[in-house]
Design a protein around this ligand. Structure first.
Ligand SMILES: *Cc1c(COP(=O)(O)O)cnc(C)c1O
Length: 393
């Protein structure tokens, strides 16, 4: 039986998989079983923030798991405490953190926090949460209901009550009523098509919500951990949300989710928990990821490579105006919006045939989520291959 047959016969087929077999990784480069190299402009969907096979991360994880991997949250966990402190320090947000295992789970916890806030603050019970159309908040029943894409809700109802979808930031105000407790948004929509929100609009929303005692939850599962150039997109937008959720890039590939909140006593002992959340393995990994990326940021290298990447992408959007409408995004969360009548999937497949990995977002966006530690050589090689792909179309 081939590996492909094994996968198709024994793994639940929920993914449209590409059956390449990667066996080795070095920063932005992946090698398949035949030794062919691929430039990875997707980093496992924004997860491999410090690259594949990062020696510092590998050493930190090995040191940790050859000692203690897990002891449960019944006891003090040193790297968990240190990680929570680092997140507060590096973000400049005076927050406490709860650790979970994924983005969806972090969002579930954020929604629980909002529901609790709506129960104990104010005269009437407030429970409604406004989210945006084209948003993506995860696959659990509640996070799915929070996701403003009706097509994803097929088959799985009935859902929890209290989710309302606004068309855009300006439309959020039209949906606020006496039962509204929170607004939950991505500052740059990822899965929805690499769609950055406008900074002034977001800042105005944040201050209006504060006045009305409505919580602002920012889903930074994709935008967080230097993806936009700052630790948090909230730092880039210069806002202080009530609740921020993190996951993807935080563990550099080790599953971890996090909920940061400035409401330090919103949940009390016994009101939330997780068996695995914040264990030695994931928090030790995340601490190392943060220290690698903090150095990378402080050296100026991160900003430098992000600027070069944006310039190259703009050139490509201009040069291949037969295929692309424009370049979109911020930092290392970028996209090329494909022209009406052209197919993003076709471009992504051609890129793969030329051994460069890019992703799809929304209906018509070719998405780029490079490794944050990508070198200039890796970037140039990736774009060279991407252009060969484009000229073949
Ligand atoms: C990926 C993503 C999620 C879901 O994260 P999982 O770890 O897959 O549960 C939630 N929100 C946003 C913005 C995401 O990009």
């Amino acid at each position: 039986m081939t590996l492909k047959e094994m996968d198709q016969n024994y793994v639940l087929q929920t993914y449209a998989r590409n059956y390449v077999n990667f066996v080795k990784g070095e920063n932005s480069i992946l090698y398949d079983e035949d030794g062919k190299d691929y430039v990875d402009f997707g980093s496992g969907i924004a997860v491999c923030s410090v690259g594949h096979g990062n020696p510092r991360l590998a050493k930190a994880i090995c040191d940790q798991v050859s000692n203690i991997t897990h002891i449960s949250n019944l006891y003090l966990i040193e790297p968990q405490a240190r990680l929570a402190k680092r997140l507060a320090e590096l973000s400049g947000i005076d927050a406490v953190t709860f650790f979970a295992n994924s983005g969806a789970e972090a969002n579930e916890g954020a929604i629980k926090m909002a529901r609790k806030y709506g129960e104990v603050e104010g005269e009437v019970k407030r429970y409604k949460i406004i989210t945006l159309e084209h948003s993506f908040h995860g696959r659990t029943i509640t996070a799915l209901k929070a996701t403003g894409q009706e097509s994803m809700h097929n088959y799985f109802g009935p859902f929890p009550d209290g989710f309302v979808y606004a068309k855009n930031i300006a439309d959020i105000y039209n949906h606020i009523d006496d039962h509204t407790v929170a607004v939950m948004i991505e500052l740059v929509q990822g899965e929805g098509g690499v769609q950055p929100m406008q900074k002034q609009e977001v800042q105005a929303l944040a201050s209006e919500l504060k006045k009305r005692d409505i919580l602002l939850i920012v889903d930074e599962v994709q935008t967080g951990i230097y993806r936009t150039g700052e630790l948090l997109a909230s730092n880039l937008y210069e806002i202080t949300p009530d609740i921020i959720t993190l996951a993807k890039g935080l563990g550099g590939g080790v599953p971890i989710g996090a909920i940061m909140t400035t409401h330090k006593e919103i949940l009390k002992t016994g009101e939330h928990g997780s068996t695995f959340g914040g264990n030695y393995l994931s928090t030790r990994a995340a601490l190392e990821v943060l220290s690698i990326l903090e150095e990378h940021k402080n050296s100026g290298e991160l900003d430098h490579i992000m600027i070069m990447f944006e310039e190259r992408l703009k050139e490509i959007a201009d040069k291949y105006s037969n295929l692309f409408e424009k370049e979109v995004g911020v930092g290392f969360m970028r996209g090329l919006r494909v022209k009406e009548g052209r197919d993003a999937g076709e471009i992504i497949n051609a890129a793969f045939d030329n051994r460069v990995i890019v992703l799809k977002a929304g209906r018509n966006t070719v998405r780029f989520l490079p490794v944050l530690t990508m070198t200039k050589e890796e970037m140039l090689l990736g774009f060279e291959r991407f252009e060969s792909a484009l000229s073949s179309l």
